[in-house]
Design a binder for this molecule. Structure first.
Ligand code: HSE
Length: 448
């Protein structure tokens, strides 16, 4: 074993960075044995130098991250500060000064991954980022390496723990969105400003990264259709239950049936309770990968938190250090297919639409006509009367007849597969009907 250590610079020493430093120290001997050389923490760049950091030599702490990555003797830079800048400049500067980079920065990779990969390649260095997607769950390396000989057609996953916790809480307790969010905040699952999670930005960044790797093309966060969970209601969850489904925030990356394009989207969707993703509870993540030869694979585990994310960072650190000792680099960007990303309108799936309608003769026929005119085939219709004390519910399968209860009714239509564009046109036309008082919710149905 080489005795001269490989030098590591750590950018950021928060929840993840401090765990990385701790494990590097406590597992130093194992890491050295696995790599073939010791690894030494050579510097830690932080914003607040006065904060006490147990187990880290204060002499290693600096506020000058730029000087640290420019030192020239650093073998690997670990970037766990997040955000676009200064992370982007620090990473490119690290490559220019001879270091490889391990990053957990999903936002940056989803925004500018191509340029970072190009910089790594130009300088003959590695860029690894297992921790950027779903914390401890190995996904990037399996897609980049283990499945490199296969053809991935679909990636379907729960990649945000905060939203999964909220939706799971709504499902199990009947709570509304705000109540469930409050509980997530109180338990530390949601941040004080939960926007990135609940509006789907976090999941969209992960979807972009996964789609790019899975389909060997370039997908940026701006290519990902995004809807969050803030408008999911207790009624949606109850409706899903009646259909034998639950509601999850899904990241879905698909190769088009003709193989000529891909799509990437994040939105809440109903999935059958029998689907493996339906049993992913609390803040856990899981990703389903469908590949031509492998079939269906599922990756499951903790998708966030200091220790799980540090596990992914350290796995990358070992890989990058091994490459360094072998004077080699691991796989770089693979974007040779150059498949375009199609707009959301081209996505084909099923829909659950909840309408508030006047409950009088002919309404059902009017509604059905709109669906027919727009080429969207109805699978089932469920009507629930709104008369005081009525509570009537009639399930009308294809060809069945509705029961008029007078006053207002809630009509739930579930469609067969149709394009998102056709569904949008249908909803627009439905809104124009006098007898349709409102479109209460539209939710896609996946995983069937
Ligand atoms: N906030 C994310 C989540 C973890 O809830 O899954 C970091 O991506």
């Amino acid at each position: 074993m080489r005795t001269r250590p490989l030098k590591v610079a750590l950018l950021g020493c928060g929840v993840v960075g401090s765990e990385v430093a701790r494990i590097m120290t406590t597992h130093a001997d194992d890491l050295a044995a696995r790599i073939g050389a010791p690894v030494e923490l050579a510097g830690v760049a932080v914003r607040r130098p006065s904060k006490v950091r147990e187990g880290i030599d204060p002499a290693l702490i600096t506020t000058d991250a730029t000087a640290l990555v420019k030192r020239g003797d650093i073998d690997v830079v670990i970037e766990v500060i997040g955000g676009i800048e200064p992370a982007r400049t620090l990473i490119t500067t690290a490559f220019e000064h001879g270091a490889s980079v391990v990053s957990a920065n999903k936002a940056l990779l989803a925004e500018d991954g191509a340029a970072l990969h190009a910089a790594a390649e130009q300088h003959g260095r590695d860029l690894y980022y297992e921790a950027a997607v779903a914390g401890a769950i190995p996904l990037v390396r399996p897609l980049r390496e283990s499945l490199a000989g296969d053809k991935v057609n679909r990636v379907l996953g729960i990649v945000n723990g905060t939203t999964n916790f909220i939706l799971d809480k709504m499902d199990t307790s009947g709570a509304g969105y705000s109540e469930a969010l409050d509980e997530a905040t109180a338990l530390g699952y949601a941040e004080a400003d939960p926007t990135a999670d609940v509006e789907g930005f976090d999941a969209a960044a992960k979807a972009a990264i996964l789609a790019g790797i899975a389909f060997h093309t370039r997908v940026r966060i701006g290519d990902v259709h995004r809807e969050g969970i803030t408008e999911v209601t207790a009624a949606d969850i109850a409706s899903a239950r009646r259909m034998g489904c639950t509601v999850k925030l899904l990241a879905i990356c698909e190769r088009a049936a003709d193989g000529q394009s891909v799509t990437a989207r994040v939105h809440p969707a109903m999935i059958p309770l029998s689907h493996p993703l339906a049993s992913v509870r609390e803040a856990y993540n899981a990703v389903f990968v469908e590949a031509e030869a492998a079939g269906q694979l599922m990756f499951y585990g903790p998708g966030a938190g200091g220790s799980p994310t540090a596990s992914a960072v350290l796995g990358d650190l070992v890989a990058v250090c091994r490459n360094k000792l072998n004077e080699a680099t691991g796989p770089g960007e693979s974007a040779y297919t150059r498949l375009p990303v199609s707009p959301m309108g081209d996505v084909v799936t099923r829909y659950h639409i909840s309408l508030d309608v006047a409950d009088k003769p002919g309404v059902l026929a009017q509604v059905a006509t709109v669906f027919a005119e727009k080429g969207v085939s109805i699978d089932t219709v469920r009507q629930q009367g709104r008369n005081p004390g009525s509570g009537d519910e009639v399930v009308i399968e294809q060809g069945g007849g509705g029961r008029r209860v007078g006053g207002e009714a809630s009509l739930v239509v579930v469609t067969h597969r149709a394009s998102d564009a056709a569904l949008s046109a249908t909803v627009e036309a439905l809104r124009k009907l006098d007898t349709v008082r409102g479109v209460a919710s539209i939710m896609r149905v996946e995983g069937e």
